[in-house]
Design a protein around this ligand. Structure first.
Ligand code: GDG
Length: 724
């Protein structure tokens, strides 16, 4: 039976060194809880770094055994790995880049090498456990290369990836020297998840621009499969927080804490030490509130918990010093003997105390400058079982997309934050309740278990979709069936599209001329069969490129035909009425003027607007505009507007490749027919084929053809076999 493997940089435990022995402390983090339902079942397992370096082989063996009982397997990292891969590339290159802090980005090739090396280490560790049909779910930015590394070794495995931090705009991604490798690493997965729609659209745009893979409605079309990219906002274990807040233990802590702060209004803030969390800005906003509203002195204080993190990294050390200074300043300025504006804790608290802080606070001030999701704000809402309290939430946190009933602020607008706190302090209980109830309902419904379920369902869905598309794959069996039928045939014929079928796409279409390999394939084939090159290209280009070959040519989607038997010239296969061209050309020219890189190609029966060389994005936009403009014009002239590969073509609807192919076969009997093509114009050919023909579409799009084939390379392999 196939199993599921969860992979993350850190295992959901921490490994501590105590008195010469190692101790494990299970993590109660949200992810560990959510995924508990998966990795604790059957043969499933969680693979990751236990969070401490262990060099001694005996100790390693002991740890492996103990973790085995907890359904985990360790990946051991050396001190150097930790410094270069984790603290280095992950936290000094990817973390700042993905959170839009480009000023902190470090470009260190040694760190990059370590990143590759450690991703490989993870890959090896997984391969020791994984079977070819297993499901592997990789988590987060430390392991971006892993999906593709796994794909190469386990081509049929189900591989998913989820990114917990933001995915920034292409403008940031392009700054990273290793951007292409990183994106190619990620697209090894079948399903790629982010917290928000913005993250996914940034990712799709970067993939399109950097790797050239195109996408539609969240599906990336890779060479041999489709990949789904979607947004899955992560939830929390709602009941755990709600129940804990109601518990006797937490309520007794609340009473004890309350005695000390009396009836002051409390603002809670909880973050890991990180520049993305906007901690200094928040203290400054609070200072400004106290400066502007003297009446609040002695009546409101802020409980600020900062959890120690990454304190070996220089920028974090500096951040800690800045916070210490700001808190020192505000407290020294405003404190009285019985009031302290900021209760500042640089440490973490046990869960019951954390719950007490959430439960007793009137306001949660969650103002990151950038955050993938942010779970603290959700935990506060779940803990407010009294249904009072106000959440002030940064627009820059992924959670703000879901929690529209929070008071949303821009963390860079200090006065805006000050006003939000001031208004929250006087918000009427009825309004507090209305907002809280609505947020609680949503968080209850979309909790972490639902998140896991929806993600896994989607993974199954994309695998089924891939299956459906590859069920018509030209595999070894089909290949040999075609070969046998071809060898047996007395009179075979092949209809071969050119661009995207016999040769790949290039930036300048004029440069796509046949290479030596292709020439020899066609030569061998045409010695054994009728070969018809059936293309949308103009007759002169096609005529020149195939001058010395013994083939029939159909140009401009069936307008012109040149038969090898009739030694003469091109024959017109369709009546051409081109009075419409002037009007349409004028419109197209206007769009060329507005769009650097675009150009018009005039064919006998059609006009084509090319945008392959236009700035990515702009080309698409202009094409859509032109499309609707032309569609309107087309009706009057009885024309058809068609979208192709980086082209928009307008033509007479009755002229197509299918019509021309049928005409070629008219007076003859063929006992083997093969048609291969890659786009919508070839669908006409496929439709026109008799039942016994083999029709093959290149790529995994839905098609009228009987089969799909992976790539141009495979088409050539098939044709070379037939010709040999
Ligand atoms: C990354 C992304 C995304 C904090 N202090 C204490 C404590 N905590 C717990 C909180 C919360 C967690 O730590 C922090 O979670 P966040 O989501 O706020 O932030 P990151 O750790 O940066 O997580 C983030 C997340 O991944 C999930 O995808 O939301 O955007 O950056 O659960 O409760 N727990 C205890 N004591 C503390 O003092 N017990």
């Amino acid at each position: 039976m196939s199993k599921t493997i969860i992979v993350s940089n850190r295992l959901p435990i921490s490994l501590r060194h105590r008195n010469g022995r190692f101790e494990f402390k299970p993590s109660a983090g949200g992810l560990a809880t959510g995924l508990g339902s998966i990795y604790k079942e059957g043969e499933n397992i969680w693979i990751g770094w236990p969070g401490n370096t262990v060099e001694d082989p005996e100790q390693r063996a002991e740890i492996i055994l103990e973790l085995h009982d907890l359904k985990m397997a360790p990946v051991f990292l050396t001190k150097e790995d930790v410094e270069e891969f984790y603290e280095g590339f992950s936290n000094e290159t990817l973390w700042p880049a993905f959170h839009y802090f480009t000023q902190y980005m470090v470009y260190n090739p040694a760190h990059w090498e370590a990143y590759v090396r450690v991703n490989e280490k993870f890959c090896e560790a997984i391969l020791k456990k994984a079977g070819p049909e297993d499901t592997i779910w990789v988590h987060d930015y430390q392991l971006l290369l892993l999906p593709q590394m796994l794909r190469e070794k386990l081509p049929n495995a189900t591989i998913a990836f989820f990114q917990h931090i933001p995915f920034p705009s292409y403008e940031i991604i392009r700054m990273i020297p290793w951007r292409k490798q990183l994106l190619e690493g990620m697209v090894g997965a079948d399903l790629i998840g982010f917290h928000t729609y913005d993250d996914m659209r940034h990712f799709l745009s970067a993939v399109g621009r950097i790797t050239g893979l195109s996408s539609e409605s969240g599906y990336i079309q890779a060479e041999n499969r489709i990949i789904n990219v979607d947004s899955f906002p992560m939830g929390i274990d709602y009941d755990k927080f709600a129940n804990q807040a109601k518990s006797r233990k937490t309520q007794s802590i609340v009473r004890e804490f309350r005695k000390q702060v009396e009836d002051q209004k409390l603002i809670i803030t909880i973050d890991r030490l990180d520049y993305s969390k906007g901690i200094p800005q928040r203290v400054q906003a609070f200072a400004q509130l106290l400066e502007q509203h003297k009446e609040l002195h002695g009546k409101v204080s802020m409980i600020m918990i900062v959890v120690p993190s990454r304190d070996k990294v220089q920028s974090y050390k500096e951040l800690k010093e800045e916070i210490d200074l700001l808190v020192g300043r505000i407290n020294s300025e405003y404190s009285t003997l019985n009031w302290k504006p900021v209760h500042y804790f640089y440490r973490s608290f046990p869960f019951e105390e954390l719950s007490a802080f959430y439960s007793m606070s009137d306001i949660a001030l969650v103002t990151p400058l950038r955050d993938g999701m942010n779970l603290v704000c959700k935990e506060f809402v779940a803990s407010k079982t009294s249904q009072t309290g106000v959440l002030i939430l940064s627009e820059m946190a992924g959670a703000s997309k879901e929690l529209q009933d929070a008071v949303l602020v821009n963390p860079n607008d200090r006065q805006g934050v000050v006003d939000a706190i001031y208004n929250a302090l006087s918000m009427k209980p009825a309004e507090q309740k209305a907002r809280m109830v609505s947020m609680q309902e949503s968080l209850k419904k979309y909790d972490v278990f639902q998140w896991v379920k929806v993600f896994m369902d989607r993974l199954a869905h994309v695998k089924a979709k891939q299956q459906e598309l590859t069920s018509k794959d030209v595999d070894a069996k089909v290949m040999s069936e075609i070969e046998v039928a071809f060898q047996k045939a007395k009179k075979p014929i092949l209809f071969l599209d050119y661009d995207g079928t016999l040769t790949g796409f290039v930036t300048n279409p004029k440069n796509a001329l046949p290479d030596e390999e292709l020439k020899s394939i066609i030569k061998n084939l045409s010695a054994k069969a009728e070969v018809v090159i059936i293309s949308g290209r103009d007759k002169d280009t096609l005529g020149t490129w195939f001058k010395d070959q013994n083939v029939d040519l159909i140009a401009e989607h069936g307008v012109w035909v040149k038969k090898k038997t009739e030694k003469g010239d091109w024959k017109l296969y369709a009546e051409i009425e081109d009075g419409w061209k002037d009007d349409i050309r004028q419109i197209m020219e206007y769009y060329v003027l507005r769009t650097p890189g675009a150009f018009i190609e005039e064919k006998h029966h059609s006009l084509v607007w090319h945008y392959r060389k236009v700035e990515s994005g702009l080309g698409d936009l202009r094409m859509r505009e032109l499309f609707s403009h032309l569609k309107y014009m087309a009706r009057g002239h009885n024309l058809q507007v068609l979208e192709g590969n980086m082209v928009l073509e307008i033509k007479r609807p009755d002229i197509n490749k299918g019509r021309a192919a049928t005409a070629i076969m008219k007076d003859q009997e063929f006992d083997f027919i093969l048609a291969v093509g890659d786009d919508w114009t070839d669908e006409d050919t496929f439709k026109a084929m008799p039942k016994n023909a083999y029709s093959i579409r290149v790529g995994y799009a839905y098609t009228q053809a009987n089969y799909n084939i992976k790539s141009v390379k495979q088409v050539r392999q098939l044709l070379a076999k037939l010709g040999s």
